[in-house]
Ligand binder design. Structure first.
Ligand code: 5GP
Ligand code: MN
Length: 341
């Protein structure tokens, strides 16, 4: 069975930390995705039921397609409320760091987080930094939501997983596993999903809320990206997608609109790698997805100040969009040669 158990020593530390009602803060990474917000709000609901005071803080306002999540309205976002966000983190008894493992992933909240008296890490990305007092790091876990479920169970708090918490945790399971299709999906993932379903998740509603909330502009931007912004390098088994600021503006770009575009490149028959470059105001954001043994997190860590998972990672570049794509193409053959099929 592929179930990875929660480390007992860390669980015991956490149990002691939570032995009486505390003021807790939860933070997740910049540009929070379904797993980041799902795990944060899921844990918030559970720990509130267990008698703690809990606030959730995000470095920036999440994309609107996750606005329906139970508890979403209570999120403090640093871009909208900088002072309240930073002070909530600084003055909490314990800060939970979810779905990221380096403090530079929370942007301007980094300094406040460093001042928090106690930190607990729950994360499934590669190469964790050593900054937490209790640390749960499992790169094989499908999602941070799955880890939160296991830890909550390990703490004996599974009775506190009501339908709101279950809905939040199920959402991260779905979004981080590509709707239960990536290799990180195990029989245990499915059992967690089943248990959450029994706790009241409306599966039809969650999947619809995640998948069927496209704006007309977003869908047209996707069509444009695939027809005008994609180059397929068959000899390298690589699809490259790129969008400039001007192209985004033409489709009235909103945060989150390009989420998932990179996966279309990988859906072309024979592709091992899909790369997506999107021009943001201050940098070029890079997203890579791969199949099989092609560790894109290593590549991005080495060349583009990034990281993530072996088959799904992100990075950034300060060069122009075209210069970034050119640099990527120059580095690509050696990377592919180092990882033959
Ligand atoms: P995405 O391509 O969807 O932005 O991110 C894919 C994965 O890589 C996610 O798990 C995300 O947390 C991680 N990731 C994205 N950008 C960065 C980055 O700049 N640095 C690191 N360390 N991880 C990233
Ligand atoms: Mn995640």
């Amino acid at each position: 069975m592929s179930f990875t158990s929660v480390p007992e020593d860390q669980l015991e530390k956490l149990q002691v930390l939570l032995d009486k009602p505390k003021r807790l803060a939860i933070v997740s990474h910049f540009n929070p995705d379904g797993d980041a917000i799902g795990s944060s709000l899921g844990l918030m609901h559970v720990l509130r039921s267990a008698g703690h005071t809990v606030n959730v803080v995000m470095p920036n306002t999440p994309a609107t397609f996750l606005d329906w999540l139970p508890g979403r309205k209570e999120l403090l976002c640093f871009d909208a409320s900088p002072d309240a966000s930073a002070s909530t983190i600084r003055t909490s008894d314990i800060l939970f760091c979810l779905d990221f493992n380096r403090l530079d992933r929370i942007g301007a909240l980094e300094q406040a987080a460093r001042k928090a008296p106690l930190k607990v890490l729950i994360d499934h990305h590669q190469d964790p930094d050593d900054f937490a007092d209790a640390s749960f790091s499992d790169i094989s876990a499908s999602s941070t939501c799955q880890m939160v479920y296991d830890i909550v169970k390990g703490l004996g708090l599974s009775g506190s997983i009501g339908s709101d918490a279950a809905t939040c945790l199920y959402t991260g399971l779905v979004t981080d596993s590509g709707s239960f299709r990536y290799r990180s999906t195990t029989p245990h993932t499915m059992r967690v999903a089943a248990d959450l379903m029994e706790r009241g998740v409306d599966i039809d509603h969650v999947h619809g809320a995640i998948m069927d909330t496209n704006s007309e502009d977003r869908l047209k931007l996707l069509g444009y990206t695939l027809s005008e912004g994609m180059t397929v390098h068959h000899e390298l088994c690589t699809a490259v997608l790129a969008l400039s600021k001007e192209q985004l503006a033409r489709f009235n770009f909103q945060a989150g609109d390009t989420e998932g575009f990179v996966n279309y490149g990988l859906s072309i028959m024979g592709m091992r790698l899909s790369a997506f470059f999107v021009e943001r105001p201050d940098l070029v954001k890079i997203s890579l997805r791969s199949k099989g043994d092609l560790p894109v997190d290593r590549f991005l860590k080495e060349h583009f100040n990034g990281g993530g998972h072996a088959n799904a990672a992100g990075g950034r570049s300060e060069l122009s969009l075209q210069a970034t794509v050119d640099r990527f193409m120059a580095l690509l053959p050696a990377f592919l040669d180092a990882h033959p099929v």
